[in-house]
Design a protein around this ligand. Structure first.
Ligand SMILES: [Zn+2]
Length: 336
């Protein structure tokens, strides 16, 4: 029997390994700016609530198929305990990814309508997030989104909720981007006057015109996705000049069939164009996995990945002191 230090092994020279810095990405402090609470529900929780967890091993056939699947999960959330639970579990799962600060999108008004209780869903989510903050040391804020397909009255209700809950930091338009933003302009102006931030999904399924509209009519401070902005050089110049961050979600784009593969994803070209790019999940994967893919597929080193994390922190609506603290932690990760 040949021992571990037998001649065969000892005779082989130690390989010269070029070792690029490969630090643990779970430990890289991050901000997560684009994720939907209802898309983050654990499979085990879906099962316990009586649903069947989706097995998503191929891209969705259509945006509708994706939306229908999400609707099935939303329908499982029926009482206060459910909302509180998914919010707290979100905190635990994000904290395990090295996320120090998350802005989680939640469609509070839609749940309120469905359940005949406008206040409960957001109250319960806020409770769950507070509990999660206490237990897992993560900071969170809520973004209330509104589907463009839904009536403007619902967005007014979202604004009312937002102004009553300090947890809410922004509101924004989501859903089918072929629907115009114009009908919502008055509410969005009112939201801004109430001190809320505005972030809209745009340039994901629709082209540059949707991003222009998000910037002008919607007064967007960040763009959810924006992966199609490169189609319009003038728009790229404007986004660069105003340093409007893009919340890029590569795996989600592939899953929804908007980009053929990660290797063909425009993220590196968006960065090369001098745009402010943040990496996010849309709730479709873990944030560490998304950074890992950026490392493997785009060949980013630890300095590049730390820069992406830093951009996500700077692009967030977190208080300045918290941003400074997380940025300092990123610096420490890079010299670890
Ligand atoms: Zn989204």
């Amino acid at each position: 029997m040949r021992g571990r230090d037998g001649p065969a092994r000892a005779a082989r020279p130690a390989p010269t390994v070029y070792s690029p810095a490969v630090r643990d990405l779970h430990l890289l402090p991050k901000a997560h700016l684009h994720t939907h609470l209802e898309s983050t529900v654990r499979s085990a929780t879906i099962r316990e609530l009586g649903g069947r967890p989706p097995v998503q091993d191929r891209p969705f056939g259509s945006f509708r198929e994706f939306a229908d699947q999400r609707a099935q999960v939303r329908a499982l959330l029926r009482d206060r305990r459910h909302f509180r639970r998914i919010a707290e579990e979100f905190c635990q799962d994000e904290a395990a990814q090295g996320v120090r600060y998350a802005e989680v999108t939640f469609t509070a008004a839609a749940h309120g309508e469905r359940l005949g209780d406008p206040e409960m869903p957001l109250e319960a989510v806020a409770e769950g997030l507070a509990l999660g903050a206490h237990r897992y040391g993560i900071h969170t804020r809520v973004i209330l989104d509104h589907s463009r397909r839904r009536p403007v009255e619902r967005l007014w209700r979202s604004l009312e909720l937002a102004t009553r809950h300090p947890q809410v930091v922004a509101i924004g338009l989501a859903g089918d981007e072929s629907y115009p933003a114009a009908p919502f302009a008055e509410v969005l102006d009112a939201a801004r006057e109430a001190g809320l931030h505005l972030v809209h999904h745009a340039g994901e399924t629709a082209g540059p015109a949707s991003v222009w509209e998000a910037l002008t009519v919607g007064r967007a401070e960040r763009i959810g996705h924006g992966i199609r902005v490169l189609e319009d050089p003038e728009l790229v110049t404007e986004l660069r000049r105003r340093r409007v961050p893009l919340e890029v979600c590569p795996s989600s784009n592939v899953l929804l069939g908007l980009v053929a593969s990660l290797a063909e994803h425009p993220l590196p070209r968006l960065l090369a164009a001098g745009l402010t790019v943040t990496v996010n999940t849309d709730g479709e994967t873990s944030l560490t996995a998304e950074y890992q893919r950026a490392r493997e597929i785009f060949g980013y080193g630890d300095t590049d990945l730390a820069n992406l994390a830093r951009t996500s922190v700077e692009s967030s609506f977190a208080p300045a002191a918290l941003k400074a603290r997380i940025s300092a932690e990123i610096d420490r990760w890079l010299i670890s």
